[in-house]
Design a protein around this ligand. Structure first.
Ligand code: NAP
Length: 288
């Protein structure tokens, strides 16, 4: 299949590379021109990348970035043609997704939202889970591409439902990690060996995939970004905005947002969100 892949960050680069490895004809574009992917063509703009393609796949930071690559002066919109499918693996606003989908539908183009879970390691190992919203026909058509980059597609419903499910999932990731971090910090202050705490967590019913992923990094104080703090913070804001649009209250998430605000003020935006534990350690008077 001929695919334009837009956005070569932590997630996009290995995803595009896995499409190339699976034998697809891939043309990539990234805002900073230094990026390329072995075996793929490099385009000069999103419109240029999309021109000859059947599928345009985006994986950029946020709602504004998707709007820019799609509808900016040199955006994909210039190259839309009937029958094309746009797939967005960024995590963005469900309501903006609905508006973007409506705008391209007038050109006979379908929008599939397919945000992902699995983080950097899942993207590199083609083990992502896609959380998809769109028509069953479009999801079926895209199966070979999903298979090249991931292990599973959960078709949640119509366009926008993938983003809705994804942000609600990230709400839980942020809370699970916060619970882990607070428990670890208090345990340390009480003199419990962190390694013993980990042994207990992993042997018991509180074990979780989120914590399993993060434990090796936290134990060696390695906060290099798998999922950057600025992106989790962006998702917390997406959640709070979406909750407000829908008249839902999320009191615990509002508190977690404060932790991210203060972590951002510490200058940790480009570290992994696991770095938020450092704030709790500081408040508790604990050093590394
Ligand atoms: P990242 O490493 O920060 O990469 C972001 C990409 O977006 C880069 O290619 C960046 O281009 C591009 N970009 C940002 N603003 C742009 C703009 N205004 N116009 C055009 N391009 C722009 O992020 P990532 O970790 O790959 O995440 C990408 C998406 O996947 C995000 O929505 C994130 O929430 C979601 N996600 C991430 C993870 C994870 O674990 N990392 C897991 C699941 C979902 P430059 O190179 O020019 O900056």
């Amino acid at each position: 299949m001929r695919i334009a892949f837009l956005g070569l960050g932590i997630m996009g680069r290995p995803m595009a590379s896995n499409l190339v490895k699976a034998g697809h004809e891939v043309c990539v574009w990234n805002r900073s021109a230094r990026q390329h992917v072995d075996g793929a063509k490099t385009a000069v703009s999103p419109a240029d990348a999309a021109r000859e393609c059947e599928v345009v796949w985006t994986c950029v930071s946020d709602t504004a970035a998707v709007e820019r690559v799609m509808f900016g002066a040199d955006g994909v919109e210039q190259s839309l043609h009937e029958g094309m499918i746009v797939v967005d693996s960024s995590t963005i606003s469900p309501s903006a997704t609905a508006k973007f989908a409506e705008r391209i539908a007038s050109k006979g183009v379908q929008w599939v939202d397919a945000p992902v879970t699995g983080s950097k390691i899942g993207a590199e190992n083609a083990q992502l889970i896609f959380i998809a919203g769109g028509t069953p026909e479009a999801i079926e058509f895209l199966q070979p591409l999903f298979k090249s980059m991931g292990k599973m597609v959960i078709h949640v419903g119509s366009t926008g439902k993938g983003q809705s499910a994804k942000i609600c999932m990230n709400l839980q990731i942020a809370m699970i990690y916060e619970g882990f971090a607070e428990g670890m910090v208090l345990a340390r202050k009480l003199g419990v060996d962190p390694a013993k705490m980990v042994e207990l967590i992993q042997a018991s019913m509180i074990r979780s995939g989120v914590v399993d992923y993060k434990i090796p990094f936290v134990m060696r104080h390695d906060y290099s970004p798998n999922f950057p703090l600025r992106l989790m913070h962006k998702d917390i804001h997406l959640l709070l905005d979406t909750a407000k649009e829908n008249r839902v209250k999320l009191p615990a998430l509002e508190t977690v947002d404060e932790i991210y605000e203060l972590s951002s003020e510490e200058g940790w935006d480009d570290l992994d969100y696991a770095a938020t534990i450092q704030l709790l350690e500081k408040w508790a008077g604990l050093s590394k």
